[in-house]
Design a protein around this ligand. Structure first.
Ligand code: SF4
Length: 322
């Protein structure tokens, strides 16, 4: 650990997937193996009790980072180091998924869904004590203890996400990885869930790694934001610094495309079209085909990550001149 203030340190994290066709097809079609570099040299820290947001368009690698941090994927290279939890063991991260409908077992009653981690980690010594804890968790997330006897399909999307949060809290984690936890919900419900997550963070001292494609959503959640593009972090800074003075052209475009209040769910296309395929990333700066400020050098030389004016880091040839 570089600092006792850090809950998580991620160092030069890289994850490569083999996406080749089956061997026989490759032989017949005379095609080479294909590799997808979903995450490349990603480095960040999350301080204890704080929220770091990873933001970028779909396919930028942010969800792969979430799965690497929670151990669902093994890194190809790099290190993921958690601080010690309050009980002296290494911190464990629990994950809250995007789609609460898919992540809750429809055949289980809510009480059993929430009790499962309590039983698995033997956190209570009797069925009665487990039931008391389940009732407590349901109240913590704004549901009723009576909801323990109902099934997931009897709840709205927002209520199901509350159940997911209660289940994530059941194992008493200090670190939560939240992968687009509100993007499947209506806007009014999104705000309620975000408020709940903030309240829980304050009350329980939780640390969050928050994944989102939407800068507007993370503005009120995150202390710090890292913007990802094609597997790399292109800019990172404290939230208010990033909003006040975005230095990377991609961050500037993301800020320009924040949905407005009148039509918050409208699909907004970034200027310059879709991101290129991570299977075949452009040479030089991977953002150059879409960048309105691109120079000749941008298509040849990848920009180094450097310290950012106002704090943080940025990877752009033009950044020091902004
Ligand atoms: Fe745009 Fe060049 Fe900066 Fe890349 S390095 S973001 S192409 S100006």
């Amino acid at each position: 650990m570089r600092s006792p203030l850090n809950a998580l340190e991620v160092d030069q994290l890289t994850r490569v997937f083999d996406v080749s066709s089956p061997w026989l097809n490759r032989m017949i079609e005379r095609k080479p193996k294909r590799y997808l570099r979903a995450v490349q040299d990603v480095t960040f820290v999350v301080q204890k009790g704080k929220c770091l947001a990873l933001v970028g368009e779909s396919g930028c690698g942010k969800s792969t980072v979430a799965r690497l941090v929670t151990g669902l994927y093994e890194p190809t290279e790099g290190a993921i180091i958690f601080a010690q939890a309050n009980d002296g063991t290494p911190m464990e991260a629990q994950m809250i998924f995007q789609d609460p409908h898919a992540s809750l077992n429809p055949r289980w009653r809510v009480g059993d869904i929430i009790a499962e981690p309590i039983r698995e980690f033997a956190l209570r010594d009797s069925g009665e004590a487990t039931a008391v804890r389940v009732a407590e968790l349901l109240k913590v997330v704004g549901l009723s203890p009576d909801d323990a006897g109902r099934y997931p399909h009897e709840f709205s999307g927002g209520q199901r996400q509350r159940i997911s949060i209660a289940r994530a809290l059941a194992s008493e984690p200090e670190f939560l990885v939240c992968d687009e936890p509100t993007s499947a919900l209506d806007v009014s419900v999104q705000a309620q869930i975000l408020n709940l997550m903030r309240k829980l963070q304050d009350e329980l001292g939780l640390t969050y790694l928050f994944i989102s494609h939407n800068l507007a959503v993370v503005r009120h959640m995150a202390d710090r934001i890292a913007v990802m593009y094609l597997g790399r972090i292109v800019e990172e800074a404290d939230t208010e610094v990033l909003f006040a003075n975005p230095q990377h052209p991609y961050t500037q475009l993301l800020l320009q495309t924040i949905p407005n209040v009148a039509s918050p769910n409208r699909d907004r296309q970034l200027m310059g079209g879709e991101p290129p395929s991570p299977l075949d990333p452009p040479k030089g700066c991977s953002f150059h085909p879409r960048c309105p400020l691109a120079l000749d050098i941008c298509s040849q030389v990848a920009p180094a990550v450097r310290a950012r004016k106002g704090g943080g880091a940025v990877a752009c040839h033009l950044a020091p001149q902004f």
